[in-house]
Every structure is written in C-alpha cells, then in structure tokens.
Design a protein around this ligand. Structure first.
Ligand SMILES: Nc1ncnc2c1ncn2[C@@H]1O[C@H](COP(=O)(O)OP(=O)(O)OP(=O)(O)O)[C@@H](O)[C@H]1O
Ligand SMILES: [Mg+2]
Length: 315
C-alpha cells in the first residue's frame, strides 16, 4: 500500500477468476493459483471494529460517479470482514437495493416509511440473503415524492437522523447511498452522518461542482450537524492507461491531500456487471480487481475509524 500523500495510487491488478480455472497443470497456472489463494487469504482477515456505530454517507451531486457502486461494495466488504452493516438506499432510483439483491416494488416497505411515516427502521430493513451481517433499507419510487413532502414537515432535515438514532440494531456501520442532487434527501443524509465519503470519477468534468458539494458540507457542519466531516475521497473508474485519470487523481490529491484514499478503484467490467445479478462484485467475482480494490477501500476506512476511536479514547 502506498502513502496517500505520494500520489502513487494503488490500483489493483486484474486477477479475474476465469484466468485460473482448473489449469494448474502448467507452472504459470500453478503460480497464479497460489497467488490467488494468498490474495484471498489476505483479504479474509477480519477488520478492526469501531467501538460505536459509524454513520457514513456516500455523496456527490454529480450523477454516475460511482456512489452506489461504492456504497454497495464497501458495505459488502465490511460485512465480509466481520462487521454488521446496514446500507440505507436514499435514492428513489433504488440502485443500491438492486445491487444488494433486495426487492423494492413500488409501495413496498422502504426508507420512505421511515422518513415520511415515522416507521422504525428495524421494520423496513431487509437482511441480505447472501452475505451474513449485511442488510439493506430499500428505496422505492415512492421516495421520488419525498423531496417535496419533506419541505412542509417538521424537522425536515433531521428525519433520517432521528430514524437512525432510534434504530434498534447492533450494526457497526450504517452506510447511506445518496441521490445525485443536493436536495432534502441528501441533506437528511448529511445531517445523520459523521462522515461523508465522496467518490470522484477520474474523468474530465470530475471536479466541476465539487466546490458546491464541499461548501454544502461546510454549511451543514456550521448550522445543522457540527460532527460532520469529509471522511474520505475515493477515486473511481481509474484507468491507468490514460493520462487523464492520472491528472484528475493529482488534482484531487492537491485539493484534499491525505483524505484521498490510497486505493483508486479501477474501471472494471465486472463492477458494472455485478448489479444486473443483484450481487456486489465481492461475491459476483471475488478475485476481480474491482473486488480487490473495494476490499482495500474498506480496509482503509475501517483503519481510519479505528484510529478515530483511539484518538477519542485518549482525549
Ligand atoms: N469502477 C467502475 N468500473 C466500471 N463501471 C463502473 C465502476 N463504478 C461504477 N460503474 C458503473 O457506472 C455506472 C454509474 O455507477 P453508479 O451507479 O455507482 O454511480 P452513482 O454515482 O451511484 O450514479 P447516480 O448518480 O445515478 O446514483 C453504473 O452503470 C456502474 O455499474
Ligand atoms: Mg447511485
């Protein structure tokens, strides 16, 4: 792993399982299979657990930058390494629910009931059928109307926070997947969270609008949620073959320094395919480079949470 300030990004190499299927009768295949086993063993060690529940939101008002992919795979990686994790889908598109294989028909139980109806989250949370310790609060199309309904409601910015505070759950992490806007839904997530994780796509327009996001976070911290912090920046869809990816990474690094995670998530077909099977890439293709990258992202975040824990214990 490289230090974040050096901008030597750790972009996981391709280790697709397809390459290793039952062909260990050649020396290269045997070596590759041994390397794969080592990687899998390395990745199955449990991560440190936070001493109190961490509420993290994945936000960027720019569309299609990898928010949902990050929320889903981070949640899966943390759960597969021993944490209890609840992913709250706060986007009417319901992509995180789909990506975690959780049904979300219109009118079905969802985060809308908690936000608007005051229903306890434990009544709408659905356990993952595939990954122990992982659960999802699904979003349905009903949530599309919530932005408008919330306007006239009391405590309109704090309704998700109240729902999470009253959430009877032993979850170590609550990860909120935000919609691509800075409306009341995202505001609810920013008021509920301790940390924001901002995914930034390594493309030309990546930094446009980032100033607006940062100033929104600062305003929320000043007026609504003093505990809020930008916990981490994750570079997504990094393509090491292009100078553009490197340039964007450098620019992000110069703005955000050590907040940028040292693992850049590579552009990977496996990551894009996984949601259509209702699975995180971690179970769809555990040895793919997208999967390995998200395990590293989760490892970095778990280590940061553990460091924050020990600092708050010392003070
Ligand atoms: N690292 C990656 N490599 C390849 N494809 C990716 C990667 N990350 C995300 N994608 C694909 O890019 C598209 C957008 O990703 P995603 O849905 O995670 O972004 P988003 O920020 O949540 O979008 P929205 O703003 O619409 O909610 C999806 O089709 C997803 O599968
Ligand atoms: Mg999304």
């Amino acid at each position: 792993m490289t230090g974040p300030s050096t901008l030597q990004l750790d972009v996981s190499r391709e280790t697709g399982t397809d390459a290793f299927v039952d062909s260990s009768d050649t020396p290269i295949a045997a070596a590759a299979a041994a390397a794969l086993r080592a990687v899998q063993q390395h990745h199955s060690e449990p991560f440190p657990l936070p001493s109190e529940r961490q509420v993290l939101c994945v936000a960027n008002q720019k569309g299609g930058v990898g928010k949902t992919t990050t929320a889903v795979n981070l949640a899966a990686a943390l759960a597969l390494r021993g944490a209890e994790v609840v992913c709250i889908d706060l986007d009417p598109q319901g992509n995180a629910s789909t990506g975690l294989g959780v049904e979300h028909p219109p009118g079905g139980p969802s985060v809308y009931d908690a936000l608007i109806g005051g229903c306890p989250l434990q009544d709408v949370v659905v356990a993952s059928a595939e990954i122990p310790g992982l659960a999802c609060v699904p979003a349905t199309l009903d949530l599309a109307g919530a932005e408008i309904e919330l306007v006239a409601m009391p405590d309109r910015e704090f309704r998700l926070r109240a729902a999470i505070e009253g959430f009877e759950s032993s979850a170590h992490y609550v990860i909120i997947d935000c919609p691509p806007s800075l409306g009341l839904l995202t505001l609810n997530a920013l008021c509920a969270a301790r940390e924001v994780l901002i995914p930034i796509q390594c493309e030309y327009y990546a930094l446009e609008g980032l100033g607006q996001l940062v100033s929104t976070i600062e305003r929320v911290r000043a007026h609504l949620n003093p505990a809020l912090d930008i916990g981490a920046i994750a570079l997504t869809m990094f393509d090491g073959r292009t100078r553009l990816s490197e340039q964007v990474a450098q620019e992000v690094q110069s703005h955000f320094g050590p907040r940028v995670l040292s693992t850049a998530v590579p552009r990977s077909v496996r990551l894009a395919e996984a949601p259509s099977y209702g699975r995180p890439v971690l179970t769809y293709d555990p040895a793919s480079r997208g999967s390995i990258a998200y395990v590293e992202v989760a490892r970095e975040l778990a280590a940061r949470c553990a460091r924050n824990d020990s600092r708050s214990e010392e003070s």
